[in-house]
Write a protein of this length. Structure first.
Length: 250
């Protein structure tokens, strides 16, 4: 397998990707989000833009499956549907930008987006209004653009929900459902547009196996009453990923 993938990335790149996927699975199982913000900066540092997004999509496909039934029960699927409606509209535009992106610029943008999201969350900013259908659809649209452009459908949605006053269990469930649905749609669109990098897709799918195990472990450790720990763990790991993914270390 390593020989077959030698023209995609080197051994050190494979090690970084594998470690990132395992840590991302743990965080997503525990927090319901954050996996894309961990995987993408690392993937962008060792793979070209389209290949990096392909890897992320496939690596995340299997991981959330064990946690979907609980997320459907705890979340609000109607809101998730609204998010996906907006995402479907804006995803093609994001993909167009991705297909024209320089690899180094892509790496800087991914780490910058993650850093900005983290700064807003850590600042303690909270959205005091109501999560109306229009706001939810618009946020999903921004997420769809980010999915196509940077392989990260989560930042706008995470920012909205994490800054809201909804219960942590609902936030975790809705974001988990949305991110899984976004991955499925992205895979379908990339396949239809013949953008799949097949060797990387296979690598991502294989990486999904330890990702599943890490998701299960993270979900077992989740405690809806431990909000402070919930946020701090997610913030620290996201920050580390953004820093490690900077093109400075390439």
């Amino acid at each position: 397998m390593l020989e077959a993938l030698s023209d995609v990335t080197d051994l050190s790149g494979l090690i970084w990707l594998t470690c990132g996927v395992v840590v991302a699975g743990f965080v997503r199982g525990f927090a319901g989000f954050g996996s894309g913000m961990i995987i993408m900066p690392i993937a962008a540092s060792v793979l070209p833009p389209v290949a990096a997004v392909t890897f992320m999509m496939m690596a995340e496909l299997l991981g959330p499956l064990p946690n979907l039934p609980a997320a459907w029960r705890d979340g609000t699927p109607r809101d998730v549907g609204r998010l996906m409606l907006g995402a479907l509209v804006m995803l093609p535009m994001g993909i167009w930008f991705l297909s024209h992106m320089d690899a180094t610029v892509f790496g800087w943008i991914v780490s910058f987006v993650v850093a900005v999201l983290l700064a807003v969350l850590v600042s303690g900013w909270r959205y005091a209004g109501v999560l109306t259908p229009k706001l939810t659809i618009a946020t999903g649209g921004f997420g769809g653009f980010m999915a196509g452009f940077a392989g990260m459908p989560g930042p706008p949605v995470i920012m909205l929900y994490m800054s809201s006053k909804q219960a942590i269990s609902v936030i975790r469930a809705n974001v988990l459902l949305y991110l899984f649905a976004a991955d499925v749609v992205m895979i379908a669109v990339f396949y239809a547009l013949d953008l799949f990098v097949w060797k990387v897709a296979l690598l991502g799918l294989l990486a999904g196996i330890p990702n599943v195990i890490a998701n299960i472990i993270g979900a077992r450790l989740f405690d809806p009453t431990a909000e402070v720990l919930f946020r701090r763990v997610a913030y620290c790991i996201i920050a580390a990923s953004a820093i490690l993914g900077l093109p400075l270390w390439n």
